[in-house]
Each structure stands twice: as C-alpha cells, then as structure tokens.
Design a protein around this ligand. Structure first.
Ligand code: SME
Length: 151
C-alpha cells in the first residue's frame, strides 16, 4: 500500500469545493476520503441525537451493526464522552471496542464540536496496522471543522 501523505494538502482544496455546492456534504466527504486514501477502508459520520447517543449517519464501506452507540461505549463513545480524538493503531489491544468487521485493524475518531459541545464525529476504520499519524489527525480535524462551519 503506497500513499504519500503530502497529498493531503492538495486534497484539502478539492474537499473545499465539495463542501461549497453540495447538499449531501457528509456523504460526499465519506466517498471522497474512501476513494482517495487507500488505508481509509470505512469512513462514516456519527451524529449526536441529543440524548448522549450517537446515531450512524452517512458512511461508505461495509454495513455495520453499530447504528446507535451510547456515550462511553466503544472507541466512538469514548471520543464523544471525552471530546478527544482517539487514534487506535491496533484495535486488538482495546478492551472497550465495538468490532464491525474482523478485517479492521485500526481506527481513528475525531469529534466534531460546536459551541463546546460534541455534535458528531468522523470515524475511520483501516485494514492496516498503525497507518495513522499526526498528519491524518490534522487533516481530519480540518475536515470536521470545515463541515461544522468552525474553520
Ligand atoms: N469500532 C467502533 C464502532 C463503530 S465502527 O467502527 C463503524 C467503536 O469501537 O466505537
């Protein structure tokens, strides 16, 4: 698997144009990331429904049974509860983890914030071990800010 993370800068320009004129922003971001980064093998948004629960929103990848996740539950729920990014390089080492597919080896979750509250999150699963670094984190944080209009 070859990928040059310096492409993230070029991709940001294309993502900005995706966000400008699309009603289905969430969907188009998922599709774009899934198609352009070979180790982003499931890309989806969870949205907070107001009762400390995350509901699965638009995603691209295999269907998941985890369509509702309580705050605190799994990697997604922990990210929502703590308001911190979770970068898990090897999911097999996690005890509080909700598995979607045996193919998934690692996961990154970035909370989306509005007025100090978590309104949703961007969740990405990878079939590779340890594919994520601070470049992914910065890139995905930028996307979350653009999507929520905080940029
Ligand atoms: N693995 C996540 C569940 C959601 S799926 O990755 C789509 C978790 O532990 O919260």
């Amino acid at each position: 698997m070859m990928f040059d993370k310096s492409s993230f800068e070029e991709m940001k320009k294309e993502i900005e144009s995706l966000l400008e004129d699309r009603k289905d922003k969430f969907e188009s971001i998922c599709r774009y990331l899934y198609d352009h980064v070979p180790y982003y093998n499931w890309v989806g948004f969870y949205l907070v429904d107001g009762s400390k629960k995350l509901k699965l929103g638009p995603y691209v990848g295999e269907p998941t049974v985890h369509t509702t996740i309580s705050f605190g539950q799994g990697i997604c729920g922990q990210a929502a509860q703590t308001k911190h990014n979770f970068v898990i390089q090897d999911v097999s080492k996690e005890t509080n983890y909700l598995s979607c597919s045996p193919d998934v080896k690692s996961e990154i979750v970035i909370p989306m914030m509005k007025n100090g509250k978590v309104i949703g999150e961007l969740d990405i699963d990878s079939h590779y071990l340890s594919p994520f670094d601070e470049k992914d984190e910065a890139f995905l944080e930028w996307i979350c800010k653009m999507v929520t209009g905080n940029a």
